[in-house]
Each structure stands twice: as structure tokens, then as C-alpha cells.
Ligand binder design. Structure first.
Ligand code: F6P
Length: 362
């Protein structure tokens, strides 16, 4: 087994709360536990593409203060610029994967810990296979859609923020006799909407995994009114489609296509059908910031320590995971292939139905 002296770490894909806590855990464990040097690579794989390579040695002293409690990532990150399909200014695309691999070699790294979601861990794994890099993955995504782990860093904080939003919306909804629509992130999965919807007392939860009919949503709101309720809370996941089956998406200046805006559509349709006064809140990137919850800090710490221990054991091409109250590790290939959406017959959907929450499907 190759001797480990110097490891790299990078954050990739969209940021979320808890990344700095994970960096801290990796640095503490690597430095104190094994006497290694830890190199933080800036802006995900973009740091390995830059010349000179954009990276810094991370010291324990950087992490003694606020970083455990602070969202974002001190290393920076990117969810653009796939090195296998790298966009050039003239619109063409080229493969720059060998440059990334060369960047890893220039840093003299013995192993790399990559913190990412399904897309970015998949890219890192392909780079590792191609270049023979010693890679260990740590799961992070507010979308919570990675397979083979019950927990990804960032999800708990996003659910907290979304629940908090419902807590803030309920009193004003009741004061003005309004239907409040809250649109949350999650890309193609409805995990945030479902969990925060239950925790925050939503009356309706619309998620991409369960097709809705607006007539059923309107009927639920009318029924609440007949029961004497003067307000309603409607949670909508961003990837929910319009009634014609079209998602609401935007092409950003960079060419990236993002969700956002279905809540406006749902809000207008509810108002048209029920006559209720509606208002819409699109929560957006607020869900990615905020102070990481204890759960996210805890999991980030667990994952960071275990990832370093895997490197020490030479157990590469694996992702740390949490399952059955244990930290485990799984083949990285399985993790990125095992996309996990909301199960329409799963425990949380059954719980919501048991609470009388409508998914707009019946
Ligand atoms: O994957 C995380 C996520 O926040 C999604 O929930 C959302 O759809 C997307 O990223 C937004 O991406 P961007 O940061 O590029 O706007």
C-alpha cells in the first residue's frame, strides 16, 4: 500500500451548509491522526485546471473559530465546467480531463477526498478511474437524492430553512386569510418539500414524484374553508410541472438550465379556481446558506473523519455513507448510480396522507 503523506480535498457542485464542518473534520483527523498535510483545492476541479494549480495548504488553526458554524465553503466550488465536456467561449466543447489529472499530480497528492453530489462525484470518479487517482467521496446535496446513504450534508439545514419559512408564513397567512404558496429547491426530487411540508404543517405538498391535478388542490383548499379554516399553506417543489406537463425552467447567461417559478403558476391557478387570495414565496438559495444545523455539523464531522480513515486504509473508490445509525462506506460507482427520489408509497408520504395533507392526486 502506497504511503500517504499529502492529501487533497475539494468541494464540488452546488454549495450547502456543513461543507466547512466537513473540511474541518478532514483536516483535524488527517493532521492529528496521521500527521499528513492537507491541500485544499479551490473551486472544485477548476482549481486543478488552473495553472499554476489553485490550491492552499489547510492548517488546523483556520478551523478553530466560526467555520464549524458557517455555511458555504472556504474553498469555493462550481457546478459548471465539466472537464470531460468543457465549454469554450466560442460555444464549442473540449475534453480537459487530462489537465485535471495533471493538476492532481503537480500537487504531489497521494489521495483526494471529493465532497460532492451525484453529478460532481460521478465526474470525480471518472477522473480517478482515468488517471488512477486515489479517491474517496463524501456526499453532500440539499436535494438528498444520492443513493446508498440516508444522509447527505446540507439537506438537514435546507429542510430547517424551508420549515422556518412555513413557520413565518403561517401567522401572516392567518392574519390576512390567504393561501400561501412556498416553492422550494430539490432539483428533480421532492425530499425538501415533503419533509419541510410535514414539519411545517403544510396543507398541500406538490412533489415531482406524485402527479397532481389542480382541481384536487383547489378541492382541498375549499374543504379547509368549509371546515372554518381561513388560510392554507401550499408547499411546491421546484421541479413540479405545469398542468400541460411542462417544467418551469430558465436558461442562465452561462447556459446552465435551472428550475424556478412553478410556485407562481400554482398560486395563480389556485386563485383562479377557488377565488382565494394567494401569495407566493420562492425560497431559492436561502436554503443553501444559514447556520448549519447540529445534524449537518454532526454528519459532516462523521463523514470527514471516516473519509480520512478510508484513505489511511487504502480503501479508495468508495463513498462514506450513513445507514442504520452507522457510518459505512459504499462503492462510489453504486452511490452515483443509485439516484434516490421520494418513494410515492414510502413512510413520509404515508405520514403526510395520515395527517390529511393533500398531494393533489386524489
Ligand atoms: O442541487 C442543488 C441545487 O440547489 C438544486 O436544488 C437547485 O435546483 C440547483 O442546485 C440550483 O443551482 P444553481 O446554484 O446553479 O442556481
Amino acid at each position: 500500500m502506497a504511503e500517504i503523506r499529502r492529501i487533497g480535498i475539494l468541494t464540488s457542485g452546488g454549495d450547502c451548509a456543513g461543507l466547512n464542518a466537513a473540511l474541518r473534520a478532514v483536516v483535524y483527523r488527517a493532521v492529528d491522526g496521521y500527521g499528513w498535510e492537507v491541500v485544499g483545492i479551490h473551486q472544485g476541479t477548476a482549481g486543478l485546471l488552473a495553472r499554476p494549480v489553485d490550491a492552499e495548504v489547510l492548517e488546523k488553526s483556520q478551523f478553530t473559530g466560526m467555520l464549524l458554524r458557517t455555511a458555504g465553503t472556504i474553498l469555493g466550488t462550481t457546478n459548471k465546467g465539466d472537464p470531460f465536456d468543457y465549454p469554450l467561449a466560442d460555444g464549442s466543447r473540449i475534453d480537459r480531463s487530462e489537465e485535471v489529472i495533471d493538476g492532481y499530480r503537480q500537487l504531489g497528492l497521494d489521495a483526494l477526498i471529493g465532497i460532492g453530489g451525484d453529478g460532481s462525484l460521478d465526474i470525480l470518479r471518472r477522473l480517478a478511474v482515468q488517471g488512477g487517482l486515489n479517491l474517496v467521496g463524501i456526499p453532500k446535496t440539499i436535494d438528498n437524492d444520492l443513493g446508498h446513504t440516508e444522509v447527505s450534508i446540507g439537506y438537514a439545514t435546507a429542510v430547517n430553512v424551508a420549515t422556518d419559512a412555513l413557520d413565518h408564513l403561517q401567522p401572516t397567512a392567518a392574519s390576512h386569510s390567504r393561501v400561501m404558496v412556498l416553492e422550494v429547491m430539490g432539483r428533480d426530487a421532492g425530499h425538501i418539500a415533503l419533509s419541510a411540508g410535514i414539519a411545517g404543517g403544510a396543507d398541500v405538498i406538490l412533489i415531482p414524484e406524485i402527479p397532481y391535478q389542480i382541481a384536487h388542490v383547489a378541492a382541498k383548499i375549499d374543504a379547509l374553508k368549509q371546515q372554518g379554516r381561513n388560510f392554507a399553506l401550499v408547499m411546491v417543489a421546484e421541479a413540479v410541472k405545469r398542468e400541460d406537463g411542462e417544467p418551469v425552467m430558465h436558461t442562465q447567461a452561462s447556459g446552465a438550465v435551472t428550475y424556478g417559478g412553478i410556485g407562481h403558476y400554482i398560486s395563480e391557478r389556485i386563485s383562479e379556481i377557488t377565488g382565494a387570495e394567494t401569495r407566493i414565496t420562492v425560497l431559492g438559495h436561502v436554503q443553501r446558506g444559514g447556520m448549519p444545523t447540529p445534524r449537518d455539523r454532526l454528519m459532516a464531522s462523521v463523514f470527514g473523519v471516516h473519509a480520512v480513515d478510508l484513505v489511511a486504509r487504502g480503501a479508495f473508490d468508495r463513498m462514506v455513507a450513513w445507514t442504520g445509525r452507522q457510518v459505512v462506506d459504499v462503492p462510489l460507482a453504486d452511490a452515483v448510480a443509485g439516484y434516490r427520489a421520494v418513494e410515492p408509497e414510502g413512510a413520509l408520504v404515508r405520514t403526510a396522507r395520515g395527517l390529511g395533507i393533500s398531494f393533489g392526486d386524489r
